[in-house]
Design a binder for this molecule. Structure first.
Ligand code: FEO
Length: 394
């Protein structure tokens, strides 16, 4: 199935309804699309391939429009295999095609794929004429990998934006923002950018500034995952700007683990106290909230409170995994509250505190450590922590 998105520019991507975990990490209950764009002019270009197992479907989509053997340029905005692992398939069919990518992509491509095609590396803002259409390549490093670029189709004012402005969710024939369920798109787009690109938010901000500075009069944004924006392309630009902003929100998110409910008691008590103080609060139990949802809700929250029982003298494993994400995804420093329970020696909260301090985050007082069930005195400490959180968020 293909779809013309502008004169001579066709969507030829595929829906993935099969993969349960994107990057083998993040749940994608609504699937995902691997978007690829065919540009027909005096020269023929394909922008992005698809994930390998979908190569045949993708090639069939291209064949609905043109014989893939006639492709002159294979433009790879990004080397991650969700967009490139069908490269060996097209390389066999279009042996005269030239690969186009950034200089940093060249070694990556050779390390991933042994294909016998010519390559041409493009500098930032370099142009390539296809005849009546001009492609301009805009380097956007670290959105998502260091070699990433976007392709601007000058005459049609179409930005093929790669991972930037992407979203989880298969398209199911609704390719455009005026056809899709935008509530779902907003949720899945924010979850996508938070789970996949959080480590590189400052590069997203750089890329947004660069696009604005270039003064591109964008008519259509066509990313490499998710819907294409033709009705209101600035909607997703503004949303990405907001979601990647370093400014934290004036709210609090409690992330806790529990085995037998004692840590839950503390979490619920804290939530109640915060609500009574007028604090906007979200809560995630790590055993039931999928990690990408927790990351999405905490990446910009003003204060994170982490609660954990001690497990084998360490924090609850799923809490430890969450803290690992805070580090790996380079969460902006902010005050962090800690509470937890233990049966005998403890150790979970102490190890959390050491790690949080190493991340240069302030640990809020009081840190609450409870043996067994919370006493009245310890319950009072929860009130003190809630007051401290409320005062910090004013
Ligand atoms: Fe969709 Fe970074 O690849």
């Amino acid at each position: 199935m293909h779809r013309e998105i502008a004169k001579g520019i066709y969507y030829v991507g595929v829906d993935d309804h099969h993969t349960e975990l994107f990057e083998n990490l993040w749940r994608i209950p609504f699937g995902v699309s691997y978007n690829s764009y065919l540009i027909i002019d005096e020269k023929i270009a394909i922008v992005e391939t698809v994930k390998g197992p979908w190569a045949d479907e993708w090639l069939d989509n291209i064949r609905e429009i043109v014989d893939p053997a006639k492709i002159d340029y294979i433009i790879l905005n990004h080397m991650e295999p969700d967009h490139t692992s069908a490269l060996p398939d097209i390389a066999k069919i279009a042996p005269n095609a030239t690969l186009i990518y950034t200089p940093r992509a060249s070694d990556m491509r050779k390390s991933f794929y042994d294909v016998d095609l010519k390559e041409h590396t493009v500098e930032d803002l370099e142009e390539l004429s296809l005849g009546t259409k001009t492609l301009k390549f805009v380097h956007v490093p670290f959105v998502h990998w260091p070699e990433t670029m976007a392709t601007w189709v000058v005459e049609d004012r179409v930005l093929l934006s790669c991972d930037a402005f992407g979203a989880f969710g298969a398209l199911n024939g609704k390719h455009f923002d005026d056809e899709a369920n935008m509530e779902l798109v907003e949720r899945e787009s924010r979850r996508y950018v938070s789970a996949i690109i959080t480590s590189y938010f400052k590069f997203v901000q750089n890329a947004l500034k660069k696009v604005k500075d270039l003064g591109l009069d964008i008519k259509i944004i066509a990313p490499s995952h998710g819907i294409i924006y033709r009705k209101n392309p600035m909607w997703v630009v503004n949303k990405y700007d907001e979601w990647s902003s370093p400014e934290l929100e004036k709210n609090c998110t409690i992330v806790f683990g529990t085995m037998y409910g004692y840590t839950t008691r503390l979490a619920m008590k804290l939530k109640k106290e915060l609500l009574e103080l007028g604090v906007e609060v979200k809560v995630h139990n790590v055993s039931y909230s999928e990690m990408s949802r927790i990351i999405t809700d905490t990446v910009r929250t003003g204060i994170i409170v982490i609660g954990s029982p001690t497990y084998d003298a360490f924090p609850f494993p799923k809490i430890w995994a969450y803290v690992n994400e805070l580090q790996g995804k380079r969460f902006a420093p902010r005050p962090i509250g800690l509470f937890g329970t233990f049966g005998w020696g403890g150790g979970g909260v102490k190890k959390l505190q050491k790690t949080i301090e190493e991340m240069k985050c302030e640990v809020l007082e009081p840190v609450i450590r409870v043996r067994g069930r919370p006493s009245e005195e310890e319950t009072e400490l929860v009130k003190d922590l809630a007051k401290e959180i409320a005062s910090r968020l004013q």
